[in-house]
Design a binder for this molecule. Sequence first.
Ligand code: FMN
Length: 444
Amino acid sequence: MTRITDDLRTYVSALLERGEVNVVEREVDPRFELAAVISRSQKESDRPILFKNVRGSDFPVIANVYGSLPRMAEILGTDEAGLNTRWNERLETAASCTDYSREVPMPADMQSGKISDLPHIHYREKDAAPYITTGVFLAMDPETGVPNLSFSRCMMAGDDLNMACCIDAPHDLAKYQAKAEKRGEALEVAILIGAPPPVFLAAVASLAPEEDELQLAAHIAGGTIDMRPSRCLSFMIPAATEIVIEAKIRPNERTQDGPFGEYQGYYCDVNNGAYILDILDVSWRGDAFFEGLLCGSREDLALLAVSWGARIERGLKSALPSVLDVTISAAPNACIVRIDKQYEDHARDVIDAVFRSKPQYNRMCIVVDKDIDIQDLKQVWWSFLTRGALDKRVYSYPDLGGLPGENYEYTGYLGIDATMSLSSPLERATTPGENEINLRDYVV
Ligand SMILES: Cc1cc2nc3c(=O)[nH]c(=O)nc-3n(C[C@H](O)[C@H](O)[C@H](O)COP(=O)(O)O)c2cc1C
C-alpha cells in the first residue's frame, strides 16, 4: 500500500484529519434513521458521513465516500477535470500492469462472526428487508480463472446461513454463475464490504470477460494490490478489505428478492430470479467499519457516472471533433455533452453518436456550448431555453427499444440541442470581476 486512497480506513482517516467528514456520534437506528441522515446530509453537502454508534451492531458505518467527483479523482490520482480521461487511460492500459498481486499473510487481528453481527441497514420504507448495497463481488471465471469484480445487492433475510442476491443477466458474474451451473457446481464468491477504493472503483468498470478487473484495481492503485488467503475459498482476497463474506452461489436454484428502492429512485418489483448465497464465513479486520450506500442517491449516480460517462466521452472524442467533456452525474439517465461548436449540425451529430453507441440506461442527451458548466443543470436549461427555437432542437428516437426485461413504457430516448446558432450568435452579458471577487471582503 503506497497511497492514502489504497485502503478505505487510511483514506477515511485522512479525510477526518482534513475535516471533510460529517461525524455522527449519537446512536442511530439502522432501520430508516441511518439512511434518512445520509439522504439529508447529501442534500446539503457531498461530505462522507461516519456513523460511530449504530444500534444493534459494534461496527461503525461509513457512507458517501464516493459521493463526490473530486474524491473519485483523488483515488484515480488526478483532478476533477481529468477524471474521464484518467479513467479511460487506466482501462486502456490495465493489461500493462503485470505481477500486480503481492501475497501477504492473514492479518493477525482478523476476527470472525456471523451475518447477524453486521449492521442490518433498512434503507427505504418498502424494501423487503435490510440490504447490503456496497458488497463488491470477487469471483473467478470457472473456465479461464479470470477475476471479475462487480456489485450485487444482498438481501439480509434474517438468517446467518444464506442471503439472496440480484445479478443482472448482462453482467460477467451472471455469466460465470451460468458456466458453474452448467457443470452442476456452486460458484465461489468473496463479498468485499469496505473494499479498498481502487477495488471499489474497478467494480464499476465493465471490462471484456477475458480482462482481469483485479489487475485494473492494482493499476488504479499504482501497480500492486496486497492479497491475503481466504478462509474457505480457493482464491485470495484483497487484504485491505474491512469485512469479507465468503460464500457460494447455489446452482440450479433461485429465490426472491425485493421490492427494493433502486438507483432510479423507485422500487423495483419482486425479483423471482435472485440467486442464493450459501454463507461459508464472515470475517473482519480489527476495528473494522461497515460501508453503507443509499441506492438512488448522489453517491450511486456518481459511481455509475464515472463508468458510463467516461465510456461515452471516449466514443464521442474518437468519432467527432471538438467534444470537450461529458457528464452523466448531473441528472439520472441523462448525459450532458459540452462541445466547442464547429458547424450547425454538430450538436445533432453528437446526439446521434451517443444513441448509436447504445449507452446503457442513458435516455437523454443534451448538448451545450463550451461556456456552460455541465454539472449545473440550471445553466444547462437556461442555455436550452434561450439559445434558439425550442421546438426545433428536440429530437426523439422512438425505435431504439429498451433493455432486456425493462418496461418500455418508462423509457424512450430524447436528444436536445441546447447550443446557439453559429450564424446568429448571442453575446453573454458579463460583469468584469464577478468571478474573481471574494464576497467576504464586501459583506460581513
Ligand atoms: C452501488 C452499485 C450497486 C449495484 N448493484 C447492482 C446489483 O444489485 N445488481 C447488478 O446486477 N448490478 C448492480 N450494479 C451494477 C454492476 O455491478 C456494475 O455495473 C458492474 O460494472 C458490472 O460488472 P461487469 O460488467 O464486470 O459484469 C451496481 C452498481 C453500483 C455502482
